[in-house]
Design a protein around this ligand. Structure first.
Ligand SMILES: NC(=O)c1ccc[n+]([C@@H]2O[C@H](COP(=O)([O-])OP(=O)(O)OC[C@H]3O[C@@H](n4cnc5c(N)ncnc54)[C@H](OP(=O)(O)O)[C@@H]3O)[C@@H](O)[C@H]2O)c1
Length: 328
């Protein structure tokens, strides 16, 4: 079967991504073939394309998608031909009109959700699931607790604003423009700070009456790391889960000493290590979405052929919320 897919032979700028004709075969044991309808755009795709994260070349790109199961390999029992499905999963290669992949981390997409929503919510929504539900300070988080969430108007960020509100948390958002701050507030953030204009650590201290917060969820990396530590109260948790502004340089352990802080650097793929764990996290996500507490809106849609533009817009911080490649 001849299909279209984004391929790259070397790391670099957006122009290393080329749409090519590729052959897609039949699924082997434990695999399925998906007729893809939409693929999610994620900042990790930019790290992998640009060489911030090394990937073997030549390569496809993309880790999130939604579509219809077209063929099922031996031993796959939880999915059938014709099922509407979605995933956030390795191996890389979601920017493609069809693909063969392990069935293990693919789940059924609830009927009320479109393929575009499925492709927009799995990697980002499951990330928020493990952050707000499992990546917690000693004693956990209680309703009324304040947390800081950076880049809150982005794909992961807008889901986090809504889910935090549903949990009763006071999410202090940061974002790179006043319009983005408004968007975060409209999605449930309690307060929003434009960190291009204001010193966010000073503002967080002010907002919390000098106490600081129990957790900072920081995906911006190099430019925010130090300020994030300053936002924390004693025994607070620093969750460094991304590097949109560049990798965090090595941190001396003594940086944690003044307040006895905890530091973690998690990845979603550790959480999605088994089918059972993936399904349980997805069920939690689907529940909060079906209850209406978290709405999945797709802010940017592109054709596969416009993938270079999609990456340019995301890298230049001109996007908000989630973006997808539409594949048919
Ligand atoms: N560890 C994990 O498991 C995991 C899983 C999923 C995502 N992530 C991370 O979560 C973050 C959000 O992912 P996403 O796909 O939803 O992306 P996104 O938030 O839609 O886009 C990244 C945002 O980072 C902010 N940013 C700050 N400094 C930047 C800079 N120098 N260059 C570019 N952007 C900058 C921008 O928002 P402002 O303009 O508002 O600053 C930008 O919109 C990424 O860092 C990603 O790697 C981690």
């Amino acid at each position: 079967m001849s299909e279209r897919a984004v391929r790259l032979t070397q790391a670099g700028g957006p122009d290393v991504m080329q749409v090519q004709t590729v052959e897609v075969g039949d699924p082997g044991p434990g695999e399925i073939r998906i007729r893809q309808k939409a693929a999610g755009l994620n900042f990790i795709d930019i790290y992998q394309r640009s060489g911030v994260y090394d990937i073997p070349m030549p390569s496809g790109l993309g880790l999130e998608g939604a579509g219809v199961v077209e063929a099922v390999g031996e031993g796959v029992t939880h999915l059938r031909v014709g099922d509407r499905v979605a995933y956030a999963s390795q191996p890389i290669g979601a920017y493609a009109t069809a693909r063969v992949m392990p069935a293990r981390c693919v789940v059924r997409l609830p009927d009320g959700l479109s393929f575009a929503q499925g492709a927009a919510m799995m990697l980002k929504g499951l990330t928020v699931q493990y952050l707000l539900r499992k990546t917690l300070p000693p004693g956990g988080l209680q309703a009324g607790d304040a947390i800081v969430f950076h880049a809150a108007a982005g794909g992961v960020g807008l889901i986090a604003c809504q889910w935090a509100k549903a949990l009763g948390l006071r999410l202090i958002a940061t974002a790179g423009s006043d319009a983005k701050c408004e968007l975060a507030l409209a999605h449930g953030a309690a307060v929003a700070i434009n960190y291009q204009r204001e010193n966010f650590a000073d503002r967080v201290k002010e907002i919390t009456g000098g106490e600081g917060v129990k957790v900072v969820y920081d995906s911006v990396g190099a430019s925010t790391f130090e300020g994030s530590l300053a936002c924390l109260r004693p025994f607070g948790l620093m969750v460094s889960f991304g590097n949109a502004s560049g990798k965090v340089p090595p941190v001396p352990i003594t940086a944690l000493a003044t307040k006895g802080l905890y530091l973690t650097r998690p990845s979603i793929f550790h959480h999605l290590s088994s089918r059972e764990a993936t399904q349980a996290m997805a069920d939690d996500l689907f529940q909060v979405v079906s209850s209406g507490q978290v709405k999945i809106s797709v802010e940017q849609r592109y054709a596969l052929e416009d993938v270079q533009r999609a990456h340019r817009e995301m890298e230049s911080r001109s996007t908000t919320g989630a973006g997808v490649l539409m594949l048919d």
